[in-house]
Write a protein that binds this ligand. Structure first.
Ligand code: IPM
Ligand code: MN
Length: 367
């Protein structure tokens, strides 16, 4: 039987609770589709840090590198200064394991969960490919005259030709396969007759960030020559935010840098029903990838069985898809869509009409 070894970092707050439901549903899918999952649990997070002073031992990175996938609950602890765990665990793993893609599917499952008037599941259905290793996140920069009236703070955006091209390549390949190669209904008739099947939007700020996005735009245009079925599109990041609210149906696949990707994917999470459903993958196609619900550790809900585990369950589905178990992933998504449309009252914590564990049980049973 096909067997997958997966590292699990439950993390802080409600992280372990939602991760448990993700594992439960993945187990049900494994049973149904005939593969085996071996979970390897790690206790990295705020509690361990407060006890030992250690965030992530160097040996852990090397150990995690042996896995094809890591399943992460959430990091962030109310007694730990913001930044320590985020940088020490999440960002460190993203960087050291070269998870250079942050992949965020944005799909509304039920009209009532969207705050936008007159928008339904047919309008909110796109994917964001966020560059996950560079940009403003590298820590490049520094202070001059810190703490004096003359102090200067520099935070530099790093954009390498290699980093930008590998991200664009991932996005073009994904777009080529998007919609199963059948033309997307958002395309104009003239695009369809020109042989296009899907659209890739570069989200940038070429009018102001004239170095970083000049490189992105040139690389984007150059690479598009190799993808004749992909319609090339461009939007400034501010306009992208406007259109997420006004015309989300204009988007198919979006590629962007690390900082803009961070911001637009939170906005995107809200139009798909909130952090209770939004999942993401930190992907290294050749190495170790890491899947996580987008929401944080929500400490105030810890241990109350009220947090929505669907985001973690969706992350588990993404992970199985990445491992090659696409039927299992499709079954999980179908079960999620069905449960939301038949039983779940609201996607918000404490308002689902069921507890965290019950939602996991229902989806696992349906799978
Ligand atoms: C995310 C988060 C992280 C980020 C934080 C926790 C460092 O907001 O995954 O989007 O900024 O990338
Ligand atoms: Mn974010």
């Amino acid at each position: 039987m096909k067997t997958y070894d997966i590292a699990v970092i439950g993390g802080d707050g409600t992280g372990p609770e939602v991760a448990a439901e993700g594992l439960k549903v993945a187990e049900a899918a494994a049973k149904k589709f005939g593969f085996k999952l071996n979970w390897h649990h790690y206790d990295f997070g705020g509690d361990r840090y407060l006890k030992t002073g250690e965030v992530l031992p160097d040996s852990a990175v090397e150990e995690l590198r042996k896995f094809k996938a890591i399943f992460l609950g959430a990091v962030g602890h109310p007694q730990v200064k913001p930044g320590i765990l985020e940088k020490g665990i999440l960002l460190r793993l993203r960087f050291e394991l070269e998870q250079y893609i942050n992949l965020r599917p944005v799909k509304l499952y039920r009209a009532q969960d969207c705050p936008l008037k007159d928008k339904g599941p047919e309008h909110v259905d796109f994917v964001v490919v966020r560059e996950n290793n560079e940009g403003l996140y590298t820590g490049a920069g520094g202070f001059l005259f810190k703490g004096t009236p003359h102090e200067v703070a520099l935070q530099e955006s790093v954009n390498t030709r290699r980093g930008v091209e590998r991200c664009l390549k991932y996005a073009f390949e994904l777009t080529k396969k998007q919609r199963g190669g059948k033309p997307w209904k958002g395309l104009k008739p003239e695009d369809v007759s020109a042989g296009k099947t899907a659209q890739l939007t570069l989200c940038g700020k070429t009018n102001v960030l004239t170095f970083a996005f000049d490189l992105w735009e040139r690389a984007f245009i150059e690479m598009s020559a190799k993808y004749p079925t992909v319609k090339r599109d461009y939007a400034h990041v501010d306009a992208t935010c406007m259109w997420f609210v006004k015309n989300p149906e204009w988007f198919d696949v979006i590629v962007t840098d690390n900082m803009f990707g961070d911001i637009i994917t939170d906005l995107a999470a809200m139009i798909q029903g909130g952090l209770g459903v939004a999942a993401g993958g930190n992907i290294n196609p050749e190495g170790t990838s890491m899947f996580e619900p987008m929401g944080g550790s929500a400490p105030k809900y810890t241990g109350q069985n009220v947090i929505n585990p669907i985001a973690a369950i969706n992350a588990a589905g993404m992970m199985l898809d990445f491992l090659g178990e696409s039927q299992a992933a499709a079954a999980i998504e179908a079960a999620v869509i069905n449960l939301i449309n038949t039983k779940i009252k609201s996607l918000a914590a404490g308002k689902m009409g069921y507890g965290t564990r019950e939602v996991g049980d229902l989806i696992a049973a349906a799978v």
